[in-house]
Design a protein around this ligand. Structure first.
Ligand SMILES: [Zn+2]
Length: 55
């Protein structure tokens, strides 16, 4: 069992393959991650947050 899913910030989502890329570089097939939110509603991936805040 994994920990509660971290929310990643979606950087890119391919409508062709369904693959999601997060700002931190994590990739997943669409659906592997429950939450790819622009707005944090749970523990936000620290890498995603740092990268976002850098911009
Ligand atoms: Zn992330």
């Amino acid at each position: 069992m994994s920990d509660a899913a971290e929310a990643h910030i979606t950087a890119e989502r391919s409508v062709w393959t369904g693959q999601v890329t997060a700002l931190c570089g994590a990739t997943a097939e669409y659906g592997d991650y429950d939450m790819f939110y622009l707005f944090p509603v749970g523990p936000l991936c620290p890498e995603c947050r740092r990268i976002r805040d850098d911009h």
